[in-house]
Ligand binder design. Structure first.
Ligand code: SF4
Length: 317
């Protein structure tokens, strides 16, 4: 059996001789070379061994397992393409990697019985991507609009069932698929209320005609997610069209604003995905660790931010 290994993971494992700018904390593997689904924004539906902007060179599983024994990762995350026989391969992989801690499978919505089998095989967590922030967008880019079998509510149902089986359950949300900010807000709240980890992604324009989101907007959504998660959002004001106009934060926000830690990669604990969405030369959407500088000026290019009782900043038009 062969398994794709993300380029950065392969370098850290010593499978590729190169130097890594930021060796990842999580080992990212890819099961399957090409996906039978047709998500409008995804490279794996179109080209082998590419997901987002990352290359996933294949290696024999035994070689990868041996290398994983020598190098420390806090988590292993197996991304999956859908193909005939994938479920059997994934269960086998769970058995092969079960001795490693925090083994996560990122899959499309699956029946409860299969999720239980996944846990029994050795996986400790699961990710089931929504990707889209609303039913409207989901239908157009991930659901029936592109001929896929997935539905919005079916994905939420699978996430709820996964929560009954696994401690770590994640979903992914992509900013830049045509959603409004208020749609992102509603979906982030619903996911947090269910106890899900949220991996926030900037659309990586690997498909012609698509564009990466505006950096100011992405920073604002990162701050919104972080503030909801860490309970320092006091209020948010939207325009009639659902655009964020103002974020009002409690004073405790300062510790995350000062070092930019609100813009660190979000998702399962330990998931850092260095340069998954962006070239190392930038602009950086998700920082694998706190950048150590305030990023408030990037947020205020898009929205007004108020902290504590009265100080507000805005350079937004
Ligand atoms: S948040 Fe990270 S570790 Fe969790 S399923 Fe997504 S990519 Fe994997």
């Amino acid at each position: 059996m062969e398994i794709g290994v993300s380029y950065g993971t392969a370098v850290k494992l010593g499978l590729i001789r190169a130097s890594a700018i930021y060796p990842p904390n999580t080992a990212y593997l890819l099961l399957g070379r090409k996906c039978v689904n047709n998500c409008a924004y995804c490279s794996l539906a179109r080209r082998e061994n590419t997901l987002s902007r990352v290359l996933w060179p294949p290696f024999p599983l035994g070689m990868v397992r041996e290398a994983l024994e020598k190098v420390k990762f806090t988590r292993i995350c197996v991304q999956t393409a859908d193909y005939p026989g994938m479920e059997e391969d994934l269960l086998r992989l769970g058995g092969e990697l079960s001795k490693f801690p925090n083994l996560t499978a990122s899959v499309s919505p699956r029946p409860r019985a299969f999720l239980s089998e996944l846990r029994d095989s050795g996986f400790t967590g699961v990710g089931i991507a929504l990707d889209a922030a609303s039913e409207r967008i989901f239908e157009a880019v991930r659901g029936r609009g592109v001929g896929n079998p997935f539905t919005w509510e079916g994905t939420w149902r699978a996430l709820a069932e996964a929560r009954g089986i696994f401690e770590d359950v994640a979903t992914h949300l992509i900013v830049g698929l045509g959603e409004s900010d208020v749609e992102l807000y509603d979906t982030i709240r619903r996911a947090l209320d269910m106890g899900l980890h949220i991996g926030l992604f900037a659309l990586t324009p690997v498909v012609p005609g698509m564009e990466a989101p505006d950096l100011g907007r992405y920073r604002t959504v990162q701050l919104l997610l972080h503030a909801l998660k860490h309970d320092y959002l006091e209020d948010v004001e939207f325009s009639d069209s659902g655009r964020i106009l103002e974020l009002r934060l409690r004073r405790s926000a300062w510790k995350f604003l000062r070092d930019g830690s609100f813009a660190v990669t979000s998702g399962c604990p330990g998931c850092d995905r260095p340069f998954y969405n962006e070239r190392p030369s930038g602009p950086i959407y998700n920082f694998p660790r706190a950048p150590g500088r305030p990023l408030l000026s990037e947020v205020t290019l898009y929205a007004r931010v108020c902290v504590g009782s009265g100080d507000c900043w805005s350079t937004a038009p």
